[in-house]
Structure formats: structure tokens, C-alpha cells
Ligand binder design. Structure first.
Ligand SMILES: [Zn+2]
Length: 507
């Protein structure tokens, strides 16, 4: 039996867990997209667009929301979306070196490109009568600045950023295989006024005024009927200089998100789809009073619904409930637990379960507890290794052997020689938010010391990899019993007693 046959046997047309990136499954996205309750507010009123921020955890469906906005914009002829996700940061040392000028140059380039794309698509627009000679000269000067000597990364950026260019069947841009100056020549020729931008002189003064140019290009787009422009900022934390670092991710867009004049440009809205760990920085340095924000938080029940919708979409309605796929209900609970409420991780785990189940018992139509457990352990390991690239640090983590600890305990169990060394080891875990101080542990005749606990179960699991998953869960994982709390904690319940950090109930 092939894997494909196995998937068909389960009732699916395709493996429903194959892709974890919304970009890759646009065909299915609209079928399983769960619209957050604030989604209409984010879309807003296209006649009076407003900038805002949408926070979500990693793998929490930011890109899915962005794609749904793009999709919807395509149905309105007057709305242009510019997807701002592809950066070329090769000329910067750190994300904090990125200035507003970098963003404006990028946006101006794309908006200008959109101008020509729109011009090309308007069949009976009388370009030479609608734009005066001096206006056309100004447009060509802008082309000389923004579209003449473009960086090598530009074609990819342009294709990813402008929906109309990537989606259109007859493609004048030809995926940018020809120089842009040639394309502009072609478009302007078709409109009766051929121009060669290589012959236009570079206007140095104009080159310095990116912000004025920005507003002028916006007005030019307006005159071609694009009266609303949405700039969709996404994947800020996935760039070369931002990685897993919330502060660096914030730094990349700091100048943009702080510029209220820009964010409140008439006819424009900036929609920031941000990793929720950027929220403290935005709250401190940006203007939360002027730029309204929404927060996407997944609950366990939402994830189940997401899985159900996805299974249904990929099986043409045959499989409508994730519960039916698992032999034991607790397996589904574990999938959600180890996803840390991230839809993407949830799907990654399920994908692993399918391949483990296929390897070990492909005849079964259910996913068994043992394949789920193997998959969860493999996934946890993979996840931790993705997030910690320092091999030495990773090896220290595997020696912790508890879900919570004091520095002194790690010294006595020989994770490292002294407390200073332990502090260095655990510092990156704290910075990245995988480990947190949870309180003080009193000691006889000595001063009390801090206790730390993992907030991410994959890290706790990796730290305790010498015991089975069942033992790990019964020893270190507890759910708060208060009805409207139910927070899950990872602690050394074998050593000490704990209360829920949310509501204070004894665990
Ligand atoms: Zn609680």
C-alpha cells in the first residue's frame, strides 16, 4: 500500500496535514478558514480605511487572515493590496538599523509598479490626456529612481507583493525575466507614449524625498481608480535579522509602526499581522491609542474546530470530526496540548502521526495512542532543535530532568559546574519566553531562591526525555480544576506543591 492509498483509505482526497503554510493551500483555505470575531473590523470600511495591528501566536493563523484579506480585496476593483513580507536586509547589520527610508523605498517601488500594472490593464484609459506632460515627466523620474536599478531580490518581492501581478493569466511582467525598463517601454508604447527610463536623468532632489513621493504615488494610483490601498505587513519575525527575537522583529518595523502621519494617510491602511510577543514593544513605543489592535487567541475548542473543518475540506465532507480519527480520545487531547495552542504545530503533529501510523500499521483506519505518542516525541524534539541552534545549550536542556527547577538544583544534579554557568545556560530560554520565574523556594537556614518552570511543554518534554511520555504527563503536567480557568502547568509536582498562576487554586 502506498501512502497515497493509505490517505485515500482514511477518506481523504489529499493528506490534510501536508501543508502548514497557508500560502501553500489557497484552494482549501477559504473552506476551512475560521473567521475570528474581529475579522470584519480588520477588513474595515474600504471607503474609509484604518490602520490596525493583529497579534497572534506563531503559527496562529496570521497568514491565513492576511490571505483572506487579499482574497476579499480582489473582489473590489478600487482596492489595491500590497503584501509586505519579503525583505532584503543584506545591507543591514541589525534589524535596528532599518529605517523608515528603507520601508518607503520598498513601498514606493511596489506602488509605482502597481501603477503601471493598473495602467496596462485599463483598456480605454486615455493616459496621455488624463496625465499632463509634466505629470508624465514626474512619473518617469520616479521610475528612474525606483524601477531602473532594482535589487536582485526585487522580482521575487514584486511577485509576492502584488496579487494582481502574480494572479493574472496574461502577464505583461513575464515574471520579470525582461528588465523592468523594457516592460515600462512596452506599456507606455501601448498607451501611445513610449518612454525609455534609461534615458531619464536621475533627479537627486526627488531621490531624497521618499515620503513626498509616497504620497504622490498614492495620488497617482487614486487617479487610476485605486482609491483604497491596504499594506499588509506579515512575517516580520521570519526574516534573516529577526529570527526568534521579538525585540529584533519589532525593530524591523519600529519606524513604520511609529509613524502616525504615514499610518493615517488618507485612502490607505496598514494592517500589521504580528507575532504576539511583539505586543509589549508596540505598547511601549508605538501609539496603541491611535492604532487599534486585535488579538487572536486560540482555545483548545477552537483547535478542535479547526481540525474538523480541515478534515472536512480535505475529505469532501466525509470526515467531519477529528475525534473519529483517533482510537483514543486522549490522543487528540495530547495533540492539542503539545501544539501549545498553535494551529500550525497541531497540523505538524498530526502529519507526523499519519506517517508513524502508516509505518507501523497501515491497515488500521484509526490513529492509535502509540503512534500518537511516538509522533509527539519526535515533534517535540524537532521543535526544540529548530528553536535552539546551539548544540551545547541543547545538550544542557536534555539534562535538566524536570519541568521546573531552581538554579541550585541544576548545580547539584551537575547540569553545569556552578550557578553562574547555569544562569548563562537558561538566560536564552527566558529571553525567548520558554522558561519563566514562578516564585521563591524557601530553604532551611539559607535565603530563598528563585524557581523556574517551562512554559512550553515541548521544552519540558525535551528536558525529561529519559522517561516515557505517559510518565512525563502524569508526573509533570496538571490542569487547573477551576471551571473557567483550566490552565495547564508544567511543574515538578513530585518535589513541591504549586498553585495555579492564573487563579491561585492548589494544583
Ligand atoms: Zn487556575
Amino acid at each position: 500500500m502506498t501512502f497515497k492509498e493509505y490517505i485515500t483509505g482514511l477518506g481523504f482526497q489529499e493528506n490534510p496535514f501536508q501543508h502548514t503554510n497557508a500560502d501553500k493551500e489557497k484552494d482549501y483555505l477559504s473552506k476551512y478558514f475560521i473567521q475570528p470575531d474581529y475579522f470584519e473590523d480588520v477588513w474595515g470600511d474600504i471607503d474609509s480605511p484604518v490602520s490596525n495591528i493583529i497579534y497572534a501566536p506563531r503559527g496562529g493563523g496570521k497568514t491565513a487572515q492576511r490571505l483572506m484579506i487579499e482574497e476579499r480585496a480582489l473582489q473590489h476593483d478600487n482596492v489595491l493590496t500590497i503584501t509586505y513580507t519579503n525583505h532584503d536586509l543584506t545591507s543591514f547589520k541589525t534589524a535596528s538599523d532599518v529605517t523608515l527610508l528603507y520601508h518607503l523605498e520598498y513601498l514606493n517601488r511596489l506602488m509605482l509598479l502597481a501603477f503601471f500594472d493598473r495602467l496596462n490593464s485599463l483598456d480605454d484609459f486615455r493616459y496621455m490626456f488624463e496625465f499632463s506632460n509634466s505629470e508624465r515627466q514626474y512619473i518617469y523620474k520616479l521610475c528612474r529612481i525606483y524601477l531602473y536599478e532594482t535589487p536582485a531580490s526585487f522580482p521575487k518581492q514584486a511577485i509576492n507583493s502584488l496579487k494582481t501581478i502574480s494572479d493574472r493569466a496574461v502577464d505583461v511582467w513575464n515574471k520579470f525575466k525582461t528588465p523592468i525598463s523594457e516592460i515600462i517601454k512596452k506599456i507606455t508604447k501601448a498607451k501611445g507614449l513610449e518612454v525609455d527610463i534609461s534615458k531619464i536623468d536621475l533627479d537627486k532632489k526627488l531621490k531624497m524625498s521618499h515620503k513626498d513621493n509616497f504620497d504622490n504615488i498614492r495620488q497617482l494610483l487614486n487617479r487610476l481608480g485605486l482609491t483604497t490601498i491596504y499594506v499588509l505587513i506579515d512575517k516580520v519575525d521570519e526574516q534573516s535579522l529577526t529570527g526568534n527575537d521579538p525585540k529584533a522583529s519589532y525593530d524591523l518595523i519600529a519606524d513604520l509602526i511609529k509613524d502616525l502621519e504615514l499610518l493615517e494617510t488618507p485612502g490607505m491602511a496598514f494592517k500589521f499581522f504580528l507575532w504576539d510577543k511583539l505586543e509589549p514593544f508596540c505598547a511601549r513605543f508605538a501609539r496603541p491609542d491611535r492604532v487599534f489592535s486585535y488579538k487572536l487567541e486560540w482555545k483548545s475548542a477552537d483547535l478542535q474546530e479547526m481540525l474538523n473543518e480541515r478534515l472536512s475540506a480535505y475529505s469532501d465532507g466525509n470526515v467531519g470530526n477529528a475525534k473519529a480519527l483517533f482510537h483514543e480520545l486522549k490522543s487528540l487531547g495530547r495533540v492539542i496540548l503539545f501544539s501549545e495552542l498553535s494551529p500550525r504545530d497541531c497540523i505538524r503533529i498530526c502529519n507526523r502521526i499519519l506517517s508513524e501510523q502508516f509505518k507501523l500499521d497501515k491497515e488500521s483506519r484509526k490513529l492509535f495512542a502509540w503512534s500518537t505518542n511516538v509522533a509527539i516525541d519526535l515533534f517535540s524534539k524537532e521543535k526544540v532543535q529548530e528553536l535552539i541552534d546551539n548544540r551545547g545549550n541543547l545538550s544542557h536542556l536534555s539534562k535538566v530532568n524536570s519541568a521546573s527547577f531552581t538554579i541550585e538544583e541544576l548545580v547539584s544534579s551537575k547540569v553545569a559546574a556552578d550557578s553562574a554557568a547555569i544562569r548563562n545556560i537558561i538566560r536564552p530560554w527566558q529571553t525567548a519566553g520558554w522558561l519563566q520565574k514562578i516564585g521563591l523556594v524557601n530553604r532551611r537556614n539559607k535565603r530563598a531562591v528563585n524557581e523556574y518552570a517551562f512554559i512550553d511543554i515541548r521544552f519540558a518534554r525535551y528536558a525529561c526525555n529519559s522517561i516515557s511520555l505517559d510518565d512525563f504527563i502524569s508526573k509533570y503536567v496538571k490542569k487547573c480544576t477551576t471551571e473557567n480557568c483550566k490552565k495547564i502547568s508544567y511543574r515538578a509536582f513530585d518535589k513541591r506543591e504549586y498553585v495555579c498562576v492564573n487563579c491561585g487554586t492548589s494544583l
